[in-house]
Design a protein around this ligand. Structure first.
Ligand SMILES: Nc1ncnc2c1ncn2[C@@H]1O[C@H](COP(=O)(O)OP(=O)(O)OP(=O)(O)O)[C@@H](O)[C@H]1O
Ligand SMILES: [Mg+2]
Length: 485
């Protein structure tokens, strides 16, 4: 057996493919959404940091320089933040420059807080340190702590290793005392909190609701799609069972389904016509042969030779019964009996009783074994004819007919056993063909037409069941009829 992870049904496969595709799209969508959320959360965090950094800066910058150190100690800062005053901004080796947008956010905060012109920071560095991740914002303090001469120094201040900001070139000692203190920087470090949008309840709820809704939709759509397929399969099965009475498919619905239904109905009516033509041909031949046979019989009566006459009449009798059987066969195929509720057990008893009446010498070898009643839906006359044919064969070729009835789940099995020679295994199917008789029965001069099994199988198959022949281990043949309950 080939192992496969694919479900066996078309519905299962379609649902699986759609679900996998859906899950993929869902993940992709969620991924994009998550990236957006992270971006938004970052901006939000930067804005918050910009706001409180500017508040701290304004608070300190507005105070006299002498108080700065003291204020720094008592300044209420958000948890995790560090505030310090240095004579240089954060070193470039440990930090990276943030994009312009982050800088503009701080500038916007400065403007929106209405910080007076003279308190505006003399420099601004907005950077990020990586390990651990944190924002580092440095404000150059105003209040004359700033040297205008050096304002136009290049950003790296000419410091080669980048560790130290540019120091002014040494001035003549004479002017040293006049130099204001070096530029002072207020540096505020705030931890970067990694945004986790998938932790939020809305995120989880949205994910679950979307998945459940999508999956439900997929299952519903697949079911809808599969309904016509199942209808078609059922109709085909019904047609196989009973060509004459199978109803037509409704030719409505979506274009594809309607087209398939039209094609199916056309095919069904062709098959029906074909079967009717064949039956008609058979009956017509049978019917037309009857008159010449009767004429021949009349002529044979005038034959002089006694022996030849008897033989001729016997042959003509055989021909007549074959013709009669052919006509009956044609009738069977075309007549459509209604399905009614019957008691299968009493039907079997009737068949056995009739057989006993017809051939009293067999009364002893007819038996029934099984439940007392079994109700089921069937065409009583046809079914009786089928069983009668099997019982007749059992008596004719096997000198006994023992019927056993068993209910096996949703099917009922009727076994008809005899004591005869059985049938060579190779012929077990061939004997169901119309007019097929085995050599042994020809030799026995049993005088059948070879239609009995063919008729019986037609009838049983029209009921949705089947007949199989099997030799019994000791001696005799078992004809097993299975019928759905
Ligand atoms: N119980 C049986 N034991 C042995 N052979 C059988 C048995 N039933 C049928 N056969 C063989 O199968 C052949 C076909 O059977 P079938 O009932 O179709 O035709 P028939 O009995 O010959 O004629 P008919 O039933 O039309 O009078 C028989 O001729 C016989 O050779
Ligand atoms: Mg027979």
């Amino acid at each position: 057996m080939r192992l496969s992870i694919l479900p066996r049904s078309l519905a299962g496969r379609t649902a699986l493919f759609l679900l996998v595709g859906f899950a993929f799209v869902q993940l992709l969508g969620l991924g994009i959404h998550t990236l957006d959320e992270i971006k938004l959360a970052r901006i939000e965090q930067q804005r918050e940091i910009a706001t409180h950094d500017v508040i701290i800066y304004r608070h300190i910058a507005a105070a006299p320089q002498a108080n700065w150190a003291a204020m720094l100690a008592s300044e209420p800062v958000p948890a995790g933040d560090q505030v310090s005053l240095n004579d240089h901004p954060p070193s470039q080796g440990d930090t990276v420059q943030l994009p312009l947008a982050a800088r503009q956010m701080i500038r916007a905060s400065i403007v929106s807080y209405g910080i007076p012109e003279n308190l505006h920071p003399s420099g601004l560095e907005v950077r990020a340190a990586l390990n651990p991740p944190r924002y580092v914002v440095s404000f150059g303090m105003p209040n004359g702590s700033f040297l205008p001469r050096f304002r136009n120094l290049p950003p790296d201040g000419g410091a080669d290793d980048g560790d130290e900001p540019a120091l002014p070139p040494p001035l003549p000692r004479l002017f040293n005392d006049l130099r204001p203190p070096a530029q002072i920087w207020l540096t505020i470090t705030s931890p970067i909190v990694a945004p986790e949008p998938w932790r939020s309840p809305e995120f989880g709820t949205a994910f679950i609701v979307m998945t459940v809704l999508g999956a439900a939709l997929i299952f519903w759509a697949v079911r809808q799609l599969m309904i016509p397929v199942r209808t078609l399969a059922l109709a085909a099965e019904r047609l196989g069972r009973d060509v004459a009475n199978a109803p037509d498919l409704p030719e409505t619905g979506p274009i594809e389904i309607a087209t398939a239904a039209v094609a199916f109905n056309t095919m069904a009516s062709r098959i029906r016509r074909f079967v009717e033509d064949r039956t008609f041909l058979l009956t017509a031949i049978g019917h037309d042969l009857r008159t010449p046979i009767t004429r021949l019989k009349l002529r044979a009566e005038y034959m002089e030779d006694e022996e030849q006459r008897t033989k001729m009449l016997a042959d003509l009798d055989e021909m007549e019964s074959m013709v009669a059987a052919t006509l009956a066969f044609g009738r069977d195929v075309t007549t459509s009996e209604a399905v009614t509720r019957i008691d299968l057990v009493s039907l079997l008893h009737t068949v056995l009783d009739d057989a006993g009446d017809l051939a009293p010498q067999y009364a002893e070898v007819l038996s029934y074994d099984g439940p007392e009643h079994l109700a089921m839906m069937a065409r009583p006359l046809s079914l009786k004819r089928a069983i009668t044919n099997l019982v007749a064969n059992a008596l004719k070729y096997g000198d006994a007919a023992r019927i056993r009835l068993q209910v096996l789940g949703k099917t009922v099995q009727i076994d008809i056993d005899d004591n005869g020679p059985g049938i060579p295994t190779a012929d077990a199917e061939a004997v169901f063909e119309p007019f097929r008789r085995l050599e042994s029965s020809r030799n026995r001069e049993t005088g059948g037409s070879g239609l009995g099994l063919s008729i019986a199988r037609n009838i049983v198959r029209a009921h949705g069941g089947d007949i199989l022949l099997r030799n019994l281990p000791e001696r005799g043949l078992r004809a097993s009829v299975t019928l759905p309950l």
